[in-house]
Design a protein around this ligand. Structure first.
Ligand SMILES: NC(=O)c1ccc[n+]([C@@H]2O[C@H](COP(=O)([O-])OP(=O)(O)OC[C@H]3O[C@@H](n4cnc5c(N)ncnc54)[C@H](OP(=O)(O)O)[C@@H]3O)[C@@H](O)[C@H]2O)c1
Length: 266
């Protein structure tokens, strides 16, 4: 049986993700009916950019749409959901990697999650077709409709329950948020000597490319994997004015040495 495609969507939130998601949906011909946001300034800007109506409270959202996307801070999802009126005729999803679907359990009607795995910042360029979208829904028809919708904006769509999604989100912190902070540290270290960060760009690209090709620990280089204690000591000395960076350096180097020992035994 043919499913009723999602055509009319409203969005709660006007932060980084809401901006990208609203734009991607609009570009695929989805009508963004309304946008709610706590701060009316950014809410109206987003509403204008996708030709939607701005509303001041979640309770004002017109619930005759096919889908309500709650794209607010994780800590505010429950509060925003609790302010929606009767949602029995619409699907309601949130967009968080680490919050379970059950945060929406008090709503009437189908509930779910629409989690795009990427790092979104307003103004950055993102090709949504390459963004994995993880779908969860407590209703079979709602799930099919969400999968169909996700397939219109992305080439990589999966079904994933809340537990699996939390694990994926944890892995994403290691794969993206932590390396990004390492770039920040690298930038700090270079700045003290006036050396340009741009010299590291080819190295960063090559490392990411290796991981993309699935070469993980096999691609590990550097003094720790070589167990070059002289260099580890010299680096420790260079970091004397940054004891917190020294701590990170020593901890990660130790872990690499242990991982290498384990890996060699396999
Ligand atoms: N950005 C990403 O890379 C990314 C990726 C995947 C999933 N997500 C998920 O997407 C959701 C939104 O994240 P984001 O990065 O777009 O957040 P964000 O840029 O920090 O924006 C937060 C949004 O939540 C609203 N908000 C915060 N506290 C609120 C409250 N108490 N009541 C009502 N609204 C409130 C903010 O409204 P104001 O404008 O009024 O402050 C804003 O619209 C989160 O669940 C996040 O886990 C984000």
């Amino acid at each position: 049986m043919e499913i009723m495609k999602i055509q009319h969507v409203s969005i709660a939130g006007a932060g980084n993700l809401a901006w990208h998601l609203a734009g991607a949906l609009k570009n695929c011909g989805i009508i963004i009916r309304e946008v709610y946001n706590r701060d009316p300034g950014s809410g109206k800007d987003l509403a204008d950019s996708v030709h939607a109506r701005f509303v001041n409270t979640p309770g004002e959202l017109d619930l005759s749409v096919d889908l309500i996307i709650i794209a607010v801070a994780d800590s505010a999802i429950s509060e925003v959901a609790s302010l929606l009126r009767d949602t029995s005729k619409t699907v309601v999803v949130h967009t968080s990697g680490s919050v379970g679907m059950t945060v929406l359990k008090d709503l009437r009607g189908p509930i779910g999650v629409f989690y795009p795995l990427q790092t979104f910042r307003k103004g950055s360029k993102i090709d949504f077709r390459k963004v994995p979208v993880c779908i969860e829904c407590n209703d079979p028809s709602g799930k099919k409709r969400l999968l169909e919708l996700a397939g219109r904006i992305s080439d990589i769509v999966s079904i994933m329950n809340s537990e699996e999604r939390k694990v994926l989100h944890l892995a994403a912190v290691f794969a993206s948020n932590f390396p990004n902070f390492m770039y920040t540290i690298a930038g700090d270290i270079l700045r003290t000597r006036g050396i340009p960060f741009s010299l590291l760009k080819p190295l960063i690209s090559q490392t990411a490319q290796g991981a993309e090709e699935g070469k993980l620990f096999a691609n590990q280089t550097g003094p720790a994997v070589r167990k070059d204690m002289g260099i580890l000591k010299a680096h420790g000395e260079l970091l004397e004015s940054h004891p917190e960076y020294q701590e990170i350096y020593n901890l990660i180097s130790q872990l690499i040495i242990q991982y290498k020992l384990k890996d060699d035994k396999l």
